[in-house]
Ligand binder design. Structure first.
Ligand code: ARG
Length: 459
């Protein structure tokens, strides 16, 4: 027990099962770089403030560099009995440099240490997420640019609604991922206050300089309240919340990929690189990557609800419950990075089937709204009445199993006598698409502008 760093008042060591439930080294070794960076900043500050000697700080710095080399090289031995990354690093440092290592933990606690390390880690995760999403946006914008005129049916209720273009549809996701990146940046800005020097919960009597360590670690300022600093995990929750919303966006896109790949739609084709076969049905090429992206969003949302439940009801300040904050974050970082990369891969791989999209746009009366709009414009009919007249025309076409433009002028005039030949050009799918020129609309005129604007806004 005395070998334990906190072993002074203990006569015996922990039960094996105690050691097992208590240890976090199995997963928090992923904080090694951050832990070493935090300790270096802390040691430099202690020396500058005259709390330890410059010689000790130099020894600590050189020793920590060696520890990092060992970890990077894979020669470092992580020990469960040393509980976590913080004590593993410190214990190895003591083996390497002796006495000065024992002065490193002056004026800090593992509570502010872990909060600092974890914030540094989540900050990097946020930056990685931002970068991954930008790369995905770039792939989507490239594909959208090639498809500003590619007519496809737009849907509501998964029922054919009005013509849009494949490019316009893809740019919808560019907007979603853009807002995801905005949430990432917001979370980063709020996260970026340094807990180091809050010590166990109340601060420290040593004349430390928290502004110095905060700056050295790239934070904007030290946290204002020592109790809050060691208890706050909302930075991790915000990361998981932003990640969850992003995962839901990815999942919706993945669902569309699955639908578009089906024999019923045939809107896109994924190559052999992004499909798998069936062990029994030789004709199959299944979009498994899209299905897994769709499914893994559940895992990401699970990490958010999991950590929310860990944190609810915890009294201030630190409780060991908070050690459970790391695995959900690591899991989400791994999962989301994989999903974003796979999605980008599919976007760069997919071949739109323009003929199938165009054909689908001829089914389902996508030009019905255009007929109603023509009645309003040409005959000054109130829209509600035009809607009704159009409904009767759709019914007539449906009874004859044809499209609206296949109805003869006589048939249309039987429904509304003032309709003229001039209605037909307005009912073409291309005209319908082109007419939607309102800002943000589906007209190729607007979508070409939107592609350019998206590049400027996001890339
Ligand atoms: N491994 C711990 C964690 O991840 C470090 C902090 C331990 N602090 C303590 N008071 N036991 O939360």
């Amino acid at each position: 027990a005395a070998s334990q760093m906190w072993g002074g008042r203990f006569a015996r060591g922990p039960a094996a099962i105690m050691e097992k439930i208590n240890a976090s080294i199995g997963f928090d070794k992923r904080l090694a770089d951050q832990d070493i960076a935090g300790s270096k900043a802390h040691a430099a500050m202690l020396a500058k403030q005259g709390i330890i000697t410059q010689a000790d700080a130099d020894a600590i710095r050189a020793g920590l560099d060696r520890v990092k080399e060992e970890i990077d090289a894979g020669t470092f031995t992580f020990k469960v009995e040393l509980e976590d990354i913080h004590m593993n690093v410190e214990a190895r440092l003591a083996e390497l440099i002796g006495e000065p290592a024992k002065r490193l933990h002056t004026g800090r606690s593992r509570n502010d240490q872990v909060a600092t390390d974890f914030k540094l880690w989540v900050r990097d995760a946020l930056d990685r997420l931002d970068g991954g999403l930008m790369s995905l946006q770039s792939a989507l914008i490239d594909l959208a640019e090639q498809n500003t005129d590619t007519v496809m049916p737009g849907f509501t209720h998964l029922q054919a609604a009005q013509p849009v273009s494949f490019g316009h549809h893809l740019l919808a996701y560019v907007e979603m991922f853009g807002r995801d990146r905005g949430r990432v940046r917001d979370a980063r800005a709020r996260l970026n206050e340094c807990p180091l020097g809050s010590a166990a919960l109340a601060g420290t009597p040593y004349p430390i300089d928290r502004f110095m360590t905060s700056e050295a670690l790239g934070f904007n300022r030290p946290t204002a309240n020592s109790l809050d600093a060691v208890s706050d995990r909302d930075f991790a929750l915000e990361y998981l919340a932003a990640a969850s919303i992003c995962a839901v966006h990815l999942s919706r896109f993945a669902e569309e990929i699955v639908v578009w790949c089906s024999a019923q739609f045939r809107f896109i084709k994924l190559s052999d690189a992004f499909t798998t076969g069936s062990s029994i049905m030789p004709q199959k090429k299944n979009p498994d990557a899209a299905e897994l992206v769709r499914a893994k969003s559940g895992r990401v949302v699970g990490t958010l609800t999991g950590l929310l439940m860990v944190m609810k009801g915890l009294p201030l300040a630190y409780s060991k419950d908070m050690q459970e904050d790391k695995e959900p974050v690591f899991e989400t970082d791994d999962t989301l990075a994989l999903c974003i990369a796979a999605t980008e891969g599919m976007v760069r791989d997919m071949q739109p089937n323009k003929a199938a999209m165009r054909e689908a746009a001829d089914r389902g009366f996508l030009n019905a709204t255009d007929l109603a709009d023509w009645l309003v414009r040409a005959l000054n009919m109130p829209f509600r009445e035009a809607h009704h007249v159009t409904g009767r025309a759709v019914k007539a076409a449906e009874d004859r199993r044809v499209g609206l433009t296949d109805l003869t002028l006589a048939e249309l005039q039987a429904i509304e006598p003032r309709i003229t030949e001039a209605v037909y050009p307005a009912l073409s799918i291309e005209a319908s698409l082109d007419s939607r020129r309102s800002f943000g609309g589906a007209s190729p005129v607007r979508v070409k502008e939107a592609v350019k604007a998206a590049r400027e806004r996001f890339l």
